[in-house]
Write a protein that binds this ligand. Structure first.
Ligand code: NAP
Length: 235
């Protein structure tokens, strides 16, 4: 066996056990989170537990600092601009009404980066943008506000209280649907889903994420990958 073959096997094996090693020999993937509430803090904990570096942010630096302090040395806190600059993957864990302003504020920083969007829209909370997201799809709407970002939808379809309980459960794992137009970005997010303790189900391009947004057949479906695919196929 040549050196290259052994090394390739080792990297492949390691990436199964420690997904962040998929970036192989360079620095491990870093994750910046915009929002340090239920979603931001839950996802940050999953990934810190899996060995990733995260930076939490919110308009209130205090909230981000408190959450980061609970997560230990792999977590830090900053402003949304700092978290966006820090992350190879940036997560939009905010009420949907914040998306247009965050687009103006951060789209220059996240251009070319993976932008994971777990946010949902509710007319009573989010106002007029909720109607646009319901009609065009939240994925397409978010992409509009973040041109050039590699938007992936995911982690929006299941309540965080369920994810916290079900992460790394006895197989079959809980399925988490994801979708995006950039296959390599979707692949990296799929690894983040696995690292968090779930089974990724890729529904297709960004437009396909409408199937698991509020009102879609895959929204709030808490099951394994086989059953989730069956639900989505019946739509
Ligand atoms: N909770 C769930 O189980 C769940 C599950 C799936 C999807 N979602 C969706 O995920 C999103 C986040 O939900 P959540 O439950 O985490 O909400 P949350 O607990 O209310 O937290 C929202 C976070 O966003 C920050 N934020 C709000 N506007 C901001 C802005 N303009 N710039 C930067 N940060 C901002 C808030 O802090 P500041 O106000 O200090 O900025 C807070 O840290 C929502 O769209 C929700 O519908 C929630």
């Amino acid at each position: 066996m040549t050196y290259i073959t052994r090394r390739t096997m080792l990297v492949g094996l390691s990436s199964l056990i420690f997904p962040w090693l998929c970036r192989a020999e360079s620095a491990p993937l870093k994750i910046g989170l915009i929002g340090a509430g239920q979603v931001g803090s839950t996802l940050a904990k999953f990934w810190v537990d899996a060995g990733y570096h995260v930076m939490l942010s919110a308009r209130s630096l205090d909230e981000a600092q408190q959450q980061a302090a609970q997560l230990g040395s792999l977590a830090s806190a900053g402003t949304p601009e700092q978290a966006s600059a820090f992350g190879d993957v940036v997560v939009l864990a905010v009420p949907y009404r914040a998306i247009p302003a965050l687009g103006k504020q951060l789209s220059g920083v996240v251009k070319g980066k993976i932008l994971l969007d777990p946010s949902n829209f509710y007319p009573s909370r989010d106002g007029a943008i909720a109607a646009t997201a319901a009609h065009d799809g939240a994925g397409i709407t978010t992409q509009h506000y973040f041109p050039g970002a590699r938007v992936v939808r995911g982690f929006n379809s299941i309540d965080m209280s369920v994810l916290r309980t079900e992460a790394h459960r006895h197989p079959p794992l809980l399925a988490v649907p994801i979708a995006g137009d950039d296959p390599s970005a979707v692949g990296i997010v799929a690894n983040l889903v696995r690292a968090a303790g779930f089974d990724p189900v890729i529904t297709g391009d960004l437009a396909s994420s409408i199937a698991f947004q509020p009102g879609g057949p895959g929204f709030e479906v808490k099951t394994d990958a086989t059953r989730l695919k069956a639900v989505l196929a019946r739509k």
